[in-house]
Ligand binder design. Structure first.
Ligand code: ADP
Length: 696
């Protein structure tokens, strides 16, 4: 490289150049940079303006109005949308007072408080309030703002925004109102209402559910039917139905039974229907479950009653046919025996015929007694007296009553009874009826020459008496309703034994009235049956007086002879009773109507009267009242002797002051007992009268 020597000017120029050139280039570089910067700023500004305009559009399109409030000058700058929300033309000069006038008066205090608090504390605020317009329409808005304060903490300005939330609020309050309405209805309706969301979760359920399941409504909220605690098969049905309504937008109905909290089976019919959103899509599913248990029960009861009625009707018809047959049965031997008495001269034959008549009449009487009892059972009026009764006595009497039947068939009765008397509180007559029914059946439904076993034993305060036979037995099915009235398992054919199908029903009723039970066992047809009666018994009771021996039919002495008035419009009935009384040593006088009876009682010396109730002129009750109205008749022993044996008939005769109500036919020993008692009373009162006369 070669160095070149230069002059001072040149040097100066060089230096000058050296300075000037860089300076010029620096200046020119600086200008370019500034221009570049300005260009950048312009671009940024333009960009910012564009972005701001974008934001503004976004803000406006979101329904947001913006404002700027210069507090010191009290000027407000609002965006176009803000004007639109407040219902003023854009550019209107708005003051804070104008703003306040637009706010709904009911919300003004809250708005003022929110803004003042924010201004005092230099903080933000956000508040929901209503605007009220000149045409009284209302718009819901949410207003929010930020307060800027100066160095002294005084508010300078507020930047804020207002959003029109009218639609959302109205929609929300409409749906809220719907829920409130639903809740109110649900409280008063007996039905259970449930609302399910699209995930099958329970959104709402009637509070009434608690009375049904014992679980409060809260338990169900947010749960699906599977979590409700119902049987899984039922939950599956629920979910399928709700799902179907959601998917297919239609109404479904289904029924089901479910046990309530007390384990009572209840029957429901549920309707499920869609609840739509504003776009018509299924938003939720509403179900209404109505409890039809009572109606269902009534229907079922009516159906069952109908069946029972039909069955009862059938039984009644069968019963009437049987009754006719049973009543006709004794008539043939009675009629034959009467002819025998008339034509036969053989004393033994006549005695036999008399015995036949007595037996058959007893049979007829017991049939009629059963009929009366049936009437009492069907009206729930069968009553029993209560006295200490020995079980052994009852069984002996029942055995006694059935002995002739057993003897006829050559059957043996094997009784195994405890030696020590077993006592119970009961009605001896009715209990004898129970066991004689069982013994009669055992004999009737067993072949000749078999044995009937009766056994009694005690167990924990009860006495059990079983009557077992070796007879035709019973199938499992026939044992189910054997104690129902008019039921006859063997009503026809060779095994038909006569009877009305009443006996066992009476047995059960009577045993139950004594607080006991009766059951039947059988190993099947042809293998015998056993009936066991269980009754509450008591220990340590004193022995009651033994029943008096049957009265021997002796002729009354002259002293005991009575003058008896017999009142009956049935001449045969009156005559045979009068003859019987005379055969027993009494004197009888007959009246065939009521007025004659009253007259005879007043005119003749009468010791007692048997009065039929149904008379052609005045009733037997009237006769009694009239006789009682006379001095002679006040103490006259009066006995109603009638075919009417119902409780109401007995009530009437006791009201008319009859001494006793007797039901036809009157048994001979009963007649003797009554006449003896009357004679005894007459003697006693005569003695008393004499004693009084003897007194000084
Ligand atoms: P019935 O007058 O027909 O005997 P019950 O009420 O006494 O009426 O008995 C009802 C039915 O029960 C009878 O018709 C008979 O079919 C059946 N039954 C009763 N007792 C016996 C028994 N010991 N063995 C077999 N069947 C019996």
């Amino acid at each position: 490289m070669q160095w070149v020597s230069l002059g001072t000017t040149a040097i100066g120029m060089v230096i000058g150049m050296a300075v000037a050139v860089p300076a010029a280039s620096w200046w020119s570089r600086r200008g370019a940079a500034r221009a570049q910067r300005e260009e950048g700023n312009r671009e940024r500004r333009a960009h910012m303006v564009t972005r701001l305009a974008g934001y503004k559009r976004v803000i406006e399109s979101a329904g947001i109005g913006t404002f700027f409030w210069d507090v010191k000058r009290d000027t407000l700058r609002w965006s176009n949308h803000h004007y639109a929300i407040f219902g003023w033309p854009a550019g209107t000069a708005v003051t804070h007072d104008m703003f306040r006038n637009r706010v709904h008066p009911d919300d003004l205090a809250a708005v003022d408080t929110a803004i003042h608090t924010a201004m005092r504390e230099g903080s933000d605020y956000s508040i929901r309030f209503r605007l009220r317009f000149d045409d009284a329409s209302v718009r819901y808005v949410r207003g929010s703002g930020r307060v800027e304060v100066d160095s002294q903490g005084q508010p300078l300005r507020i930047n804020g925004a207002v959003v029109d939330i009218t639609e959302a609020t109205k929609a929300r309050s409409a749906s809220r109102q719907r829920e409130l309405d639903l809740a109110a209805v649900a409280v008063y309706l007996p039905d259970i209402i449930i609302r399910f969301d699209r995930e099958l979760r329970c959104l709402f359920i009637s509070p009434r559910i608690e009375t049904l399941t014992g679980k409060p409504a809260n338990f169900y909220l947010g749960k699906r039917p599977f979590e409700f605690g119902m049987a899984s098969a039922l939950a599956t049905r629920w979910e399928a139905v709700v799902e179907d309504v959601l998917r297919n937008n239609h109404v479904r109905e289904f029924d089901f039974t479910q046990a309530d909290q007390h384990d009572v089976e209840r029957f429901f019919i549920t309707r499920a229907f869609p609840s739509l959103d504003p776009e018509g899509k299924v938003e939720t599913v509403l179900t209404v479950s109505s409890d039809h248990t009572e109606r269902e029960r009534d229907t079922r009861r009516m159906r069952e009653d109908g069946v029972l009625l039909q069955r009862a009707d059938r039984r009644k018809n069968e019963y009437l046919a049987t009754l006719a047959h049973e009543l006709r049965g004794p008539l043939a031997p009675i009629s034959a025996a009467a002819h025998l008495i008339r034509f036969s001269t053989d004393r033994a034959v006549r005695n036999q015929a008399r015995a036949v008549i007595e037996r058959q009449v007893k049979q007829l009487a017991s049939l009629v007694d059963d009929l009366t009892d049936v009437q009492r059972i069907s009206t729930g009026k069968l009553e029993i007296g209560r006295q200490p009764v020995s079980v052994q006595h009852v069984i002996e009497q029942a055995a006694e009553a059935t002995r002739p039947l057993l003897a006829q068939k050559g059957q043996t009765l094997a009784c195994t009874l405890p030696d020590a008397a077993i006592w119970l509180d009961g009605d001896a007559m009715r209990l004898i009826q129970v066991f004689s029914n069982l013994l009669t059946n055992a004999s009737k439904y067993s072949p000749a020459l078999t044995t009937i076993f009766v056994q009694a034993w005690t167990d924990k305060g009860t006495v059990l008496v079983s009557v077992r036979d070796e007879g035709i037995g019973l199938s499992q099915a026939s044992m189910a309703d054997i104690f129902d009235i008019f039921v006859q398992v063997h009503p026809t054919g060779v095994q038909a034994q006569g009877g009305l199908g009443i006996g066992l029903s009476l047995v059960r009723q009577l045993v139950e009235l004594h607080g006991g039970t009766v059951m039947v066992e059988s190993d099947g047809p042809g293998r015998g049956s056993q009936f066991t009666v269980t009754l509450p018994c008591k220990d340590g009771q004193p022995l009651p007086e033994q029943a008096a021996d049957p009265v021997a039919p002796t002729i009354a002495t002259v002293q005991d002879s009575l003058a008896v008035l017999v009142v009956d419009d049935n001449a045969d009935g009156a005559t045979t009773l009068a003859l019987l009384l005379e055969a027993l040593g009494h004197k009888a006088v007959i009246a065939l109507n009521g007025l004659d009876a009253v007259m005879l009682a007043a005119e003749k010396p009468i010791d007692m009267a048997f009065v039929d109730l149904g008379l052609p002129d005045i009733s037997g009750v009237q006769v009694a009242l009239r006789i009682r109205g006379t001095p002679a008749g006040r103490k006259l022993p009066l006995f109603a002797l009638t075919g009417l044996g119902r409780d109401e008939d007995r009530y009437l005769t006791s009201a008319a002051q009859f001494d006793e109500h007797l039901v036809k036919p009157l048994q001979i020993d009963h007649l003797i007992r009554i006449t003896r008692e009357v004679a005894r009373r007459r003697t006693r009162s005569a003695d008393n009268g004499a004693a009084q006369e003897d007194e000084p």
